[in-house]
Ligand binder design. Structure first.
Ligand code: PLP
Length: 492
């Protein structure tokens, strides 16, 4: 069994880990031997992106059989370019565009692959039950998950979003979703209400045996699933290989990455790439005004007892970054007792302090920087005016962090800024930053932005306003459980 729980009480084959998501002891699955299992990273550099993905994912998830077939089903023809995640020189830095997938969100990279992994795991584990995915979303995850799971044999998906709590574009993306096995439902309340309701329904159904004999089991598509993390390792290799192709580096030279961070999945994938041998230099953890990770990296104290700030980069508005638990495990050399203690403290008191040794290990690779709202807008304007590149709010935070790092320490290595969303997902803030006219709704703002900059609107977002809505359910949080049970009866 190559996967172990960070909290020490369970182990699982990779296929079982993907079906379970969270380990039964509450921990996250991790491969403790990732750094010591031999991997020929240099061979990857000469491969095309899909073949590279096959090689990397076979290494991370060896129990899945024909990974090449799964990779092709997930990605072939679904992304805007064959490179999957293009690398664009922008001034002195490089931007790795992770948003060229079907929903113009970086979540597409992982959520295109996850359904293929779930289906294959189901077959390998001899599971005949249908897998029903329940997801609460604050925006991008819902649409990317719908796009990934729709019409995938043996699966169904229900997405809950806060009524009035997602942007008009995000809402339109979700409620126009087609597919036999999909359902989208608004929940009265904010995202936390919505997420709590889904968790409660999940727990009630698992405890109550309500699925007995129904041929269905529940799963989630959230970012603690190892099947979501593994596909993200690939684009670090794609970026590195591209820099070699461009003659900017020779294989073996270090490359730094600045990563807009929320739940710590994206940046942790970069650390996995490093453990597999890729010469990743520094990983810059970029945060917005919710700077809990910046403080943690600077002091070793993780303290979620602070006001939650709503920012223009909402996918990073997070105070508990779940995937950090995996890094704590690796940095403490597999000390699951310590991880358990720290996680108990976090959920109990809301704060913990990491001992000096693991902290030093983390700080030898990771640096944390944050920026506020004004700096985010200033970065959007500067990247556009000085370099002619249009970036979204999350990417702007990563640019800002990259500059702060270069000013403070800078290694001189090439620096890649990970770009996690199309600027057209956040047209209001981007227009404002450029001093454009923000009149009208988001659809109008998209057009204004495109006229102002000449940058085309992504295909999936362009025709959205004209698409007919197919989902109109709105319920209270308490109704989530009966709603899910009804959908199971009617076989979503
Ligand atoms: C999810 C998301 C992030 C944060 O990624 P994590 O893996 O949660 O750190 C950043 N930007 C955008 C646009 C996202 O959707």
């Amino acid at each position: 069994m190559i996967y172990k729980s960070t909290r020490g009480a369970c182990a699982a084959e990779d296929t079982a880990a993907v079906l379970q998501g969270l380990a039964p002891d509450g921990g996250l699955y991790i491969d403790p031997l990732l750094a010591s299992r031999p991997f020929d990273w240099r061979a990857c550099l000469r491969q095309r992106p899909l073949d590279m993905a096959e090689r990397i994912l076979t290494h991370l998830l060896p129990g899945f059989g024909d990974m090449g077939e799964l990779v092709r089903r997930a990605y072939a023809g679904k992304f805007e370019t064959e490179e999957l995640t293009p690398l664009v020189p922008v001034g002195d830095e490089y931007v790795l565009e992770l948003f060229r997938g079907p929903t113009s969100a970086f979540k597409d990279v992982a959520l295109s692959m996850l359904p293929q992994l779930v289906t294959a795991a189901r077959a390998r584990e001899g599971v005949t039950d249908r897998i029903l995915i329940l997801t609460a979303t604050s925006g991008d995850t819902g649409k990317a998950a719908l796009e990934g799971f729709h019409d995938v044999e043996g699966t169904g998906i229900i997405v809950f979003y806060p009524d009035g709590g997602v942007s008009p574009v995000q809402r339109a993306q979700m409620v126009t979703q087609e597919g036999r096995n999909v359902k989208v439902c608004a929940v009265r309340g904010n995202f936390d209400d919505c997420q709590r309701g889904v968790k409660e329904a999940f727990a009630a159904i698992s405890a109550g045996g309500q699925l007995e004999g129904k041929g269905v089991r529940l799963s989630s598509a959230n970012s603690i699933n190892i099947g979501r993390l593994a596909p993200q390792v690939v684009y670090y290799f794609i970026a590195y290989a591209r820099l070699v192709d461009l003659g900017r580096i020779r294989p073996g030279d270090p490359v730094d990455f600045s990563v807009p961070t929320g739940n710590f999945g994206d940046i942790l994938a970069g650390y996995f790439a490093k453990l597999m041998g890729l010469p990743v230099g520094r990983l810059i953890c970029a945060s917005n005004a919710n700077r809990v990770l910046t403080d943690f990296l600077n002091t070793g104290v993780y303290d979620r007892r602070r006001p939650f700030v709503r920012t223009s980069s909402p996918s990073m508005d997070i105070l508990v970054s779940s995937n950090l638990e995996r890094l704590l495990y690796l940095a403490s050399e597999g000390d699951s007792a310590l991880v358990r203690e720290l996680m108990d403290r976090l959920s109990g008191e809301g704060v913990y302090t990491l001992p000096a040794e693991p902290l030093a290990r983390i700080r030898s690779v990771f640096s944390g920087f944050c920026c506020g709202e004004a700096e985010t807008e200033a970065a959007i304007a500067r990247v556009w005016r000085e370099r002619g590149y249009l970036c979204d709010t999350h990417t702007a935070v990563a640019f800002s962090a990259a500059w702060a790092y270069e000013k403070q320490a800078g290694s001189g290595a090439p620096l890649v800024v990970l770009s996690t969303a199309s600027p057209y997902k956040f047209p209001g803030t981007v227009l404002k930053a450029l001093g454009g006219d923000t009149a009208g709704d988001e659809f109008r703002q998209m057009e204004t932005l495109s006229q102002l900059t000449g940058v085309p609107i992504p295909k999936g977002l362009r025709g959205l306003r004209e698409k007919p809505p197919l989902h109109s359910d709105v319920i209270d949080r308490e109704e989530i459980l009966p709603y899910v049970l009804r959908q199971i009866e009617s076989e979503v």
